[in-house]
Write a protein that binds this ligand. Sequence first.
Ligand code: HEC
Length: 124
Amino acid sequence: MKKLLIFALFAGLLAGCYYDNEETLYPSLDKGCDTTGVTYSKSIVPIFQTNCLSCHSAKDYASTGGNINLEDFTMVQLLALQGILFGAVTHNSNNSPMPKNGAKIDTCSITKIKIWIDHGALNN
Ligand code: HEC
């Protein structure tokens, strides 16, 4: 009886950990977020257009976007590979939280950014 209880506890712990990890990695899995075929042009650019280009456009980035042009792929890729892009959109304490002075973007968008970075931050 005791053994069974310990086993149950342990299994529960393991399941708990696994669930936590999945949640952290891809927070919006199973919540109606379509993460199939994530690409830069189809998935990431629209997120920038909706949430970021008001400050980070090619036209205005020098005055409103802290010199970060999110319409310049080379710059975006560099920020992505250095972890700065993900840190900013997840409000990681090492980066300036983005959108500046705004709430975090939705978890589905954050998940897509993560998937795109995990696959090499390609210009696809
Ligand atoms: C209201 C204007 C504004 C919006 C909207 C905005 N940003 Fe920024 N962003 C800035 C400014 C200004 C900086 C320069 C650093 C600072 O002032 O915090 C910056 C800095 C950054 C940085 C560098 C962060 C660092 O830690 O060095 C990244 C990456 C970034 N923005 C990405 C984004 C993304 C992605 C979005 C949309 C989800 C976004 N920004 C929306 C104004 C904005």
